[in-house]
Write a protein that binds this ligand. Structure first.
Ligand code: NAD
Ligand code: UGA
Length: 458
């Protein structure tokens, strides 16, 4: 039996360890966190995150070989392999503020590992980290008087929220980076052996530490870049009469381009794209590569522009003012099938419309609690309404901001009847049947398509 510990019971730590425990009944897996409410929630019927299929996986192993605890120190002492999956937000102070990764949680964790260890261990970077973090970690960990040896392995996580369980059960690849020393390679093998319980061996790839750390940042940068690229094209479509869905279909059929991640939208959100690209930009600047830094920074600028453009479009189409108008925002989560609202474009749109003094009613099937927290002081200006029909009643406009499937099948005729006329719908996810909405009577504005409006002037 191997004692596996994961420090950090968040969106990554909880689900990844549940999947490992479910596939490796011979190993004992413990997940620890300083957040007691989170640890309690993992052991209850109300898991701390909404993720399809997660409940079943947790239940399959909880209490058998999967345990959650707040006792970080005791569990460090007992562990053979420690995954570290604590948060690595963008630094908000001092050198590199607004760009570099804030590694204080990581460093604290590394020091805590040294202080509480009585045996040598493998320490796995699960969090997304700047390239060469492992070097600093190795120094902190191996500078100990007890003669203990720590091997650092990089095993970045590629799961996407909303499909986390599916992504981990059938990963495109598992990436494991390690040092080219005998103990470094043994450490890599110990992590390969865990994943080999359910991942085909050819999908487990091993690299050096720095390639593994950089591949994680590069993968997120490439994905976000595709979204920004299609969103840039969507702006041109709106000016020229082209339809971005048709363009993305036409270019995506080229095998070299591929069809994934070409869906134009109100912009990308989520806790990682922005943070990881900023981290990449900072690294480039640190190494004096200012042109490379500027290139990647443009992906974020384009995303901010797309969100701002969406709000400007709303205001200008609604006769240049939304002040005092009730506007229903459909969706708070940064994408469908998650309760996560971190960096959600829905909240950015919400804040901008509040600045325009609109009366905002926000609806979402799973993310209203997180939205209330993330909006902070602005939350008191927002009406939170779980029922989309009630949200739309007496509204001048609806904006679709999350691609929840349930928004496609609503009774838009009934919704139209309950709204102030002329009624507007802004589809920030291009998921609705725009022609049908137009025939019902809506003025319809989608992303990257000519608007479908009614001329009410006789
Ligand atoms: P999260 O904020 O949901 O979870 C991190 C957890 O670590 C929190 O519960 C926090 O209380 C805990 N923590 C912080 N310091 C601690 C300490 N000293 N001891 C014990 N617990 C501590 O973050 P997340 O979304 O799970 O992301 C974790 C890492 O994984 C980040 O580096 C992120 O970039 C990366 N990542 C995230 C995703 C994703 O979909 N969210 C996907 C891939 C990679
Ligand atoms: C992303 C990556 O897909 C994961 O591989 C990675 O592990 C993770 O970041 C991370 O490091 O945190 P995630 O942010 O959960 O996963 O979700 P995505 O599916 O990538 O969507 C990100 C954002 O882009 C969402 O707001 C989504 O709506 C938007 N998006 C995505 C588009 O607007 N268009 C698309 O075609 C695809």
């Amino acid at each position: 039996m191997t004692n596996i510990l994961c420090i950090g019971a968040g969106y990554v730590g909880g689900p990844t360890m549940a999947v490992i425990a479910s596939h490796c009944p011979q190993h004992r897996v413990v997940v620890v966190d300083i957040n007691e409410a989170r640890i309690n929630a993992w052991q209850s019927d109300q898991l701390p995150i909404y993720e399809p299929g997660l409940g079943e996986v947790v239940r399959s192993a909880l209490g058998r070989n999967l345990f959650f605890s707040t006792d970080v120190n005791r569990n460090i002492a007992e562990a053979d392999i420690i995954f570290v999956s604590v948060n690595t937000p963008t630094k908000s102070f001092g050198q590199g503020a607004g760009r570099a990764a804030d590694l204080q949680y990581w460093e604290k964790t590394a020091r805590q590992i040294v202080e509480n260890s009585t045996s040598s261990k493998v320490v796995v970077e699960k969090s997304t980290l700047p390239v060469r973090t492992a070097e600093a970690m190795e120094q902190i960990l191996n500078y100990n008087s007890a003669g203990l040896h720590f091997d650092i392995v990089s095993n970045p996580e590629f799961l996407a929220e909303g499909t986390a369980i599916q992504d981990m059960q059938h990963p495109d690849r598992v990436l494991i980076g390690g040092k080219d020393s005998p103990t470094g390679q043994q450490a890599v093998q110990s992590i390969v052996d865990i994943y080999a319980h359910w991942v085909p061996r050819e999908r487990i790839i091993t690299t050096n530490l720095w390639s593994s750390e950089l591949s994680k940042l590069a993968a997120n940068a490439f994905l976000a870049q595709r979204v920004s690229s299609i969103n840039a094209i969507s702006a041109l479509c709106e000016k020229t009469g082209a339809d971005v869905n048709e363009v993305s279909h036409a270019i995506g059929l080229d095998n070299r381009i591929g069809r994934h991640f070409l869906k134009a939208s109100v912009g990308f959100g989520g806790s990682c794209f922005r943070k990881d690209i900023l981290n990449l930009v900072y690294l480039c600047e640190y190494y004096g590569l200012s042109e490379v830094a500027n290139y990647w920074e443009q992906v974020i600028k384009m995303n901010e522009h797309q969100q701002m453009r969406f709000v400007s479009n709303m205001v200008s189409s609604m006769f240049n003012t939304v002040a005092g108008k009730r506007i229903a925002l459909f969706g708070a989560a940064f994408k469908a099938n998650t309760s996560d609202t971190r960096e959600s474009p829905a909240l950015a749109v919400c804040r901008s419309l509040l600045e325009e003094r609109a009366n905002i009613v926000l609806t979402d099937p799973h993310a209203l609690d997180n939205a209330r927290t993330d909006l902070g002081g602005a939350a008191k200006l927002v009406c939170f309404e779980p029922d989309p029909y009630a949200a739309a009643k007496d509204a001048h406009a609806i904006a679709i901001l999350t691609d929840w499937a349930q928004y496609v099948d609503l009774d838009y005729e009934a919704i139209y009847e309950s709204m102030v006329k002329p009624a507007f719908i802004f589809d920030g996810r291009n998921i609705l049947d725009h022609k049908k909405l137009h025939s019902i009577g809506f003025n319809v504005y989608a992303i990257g398509k000519p608007p479908l409006t009614h001329n009410h002037v006789s």
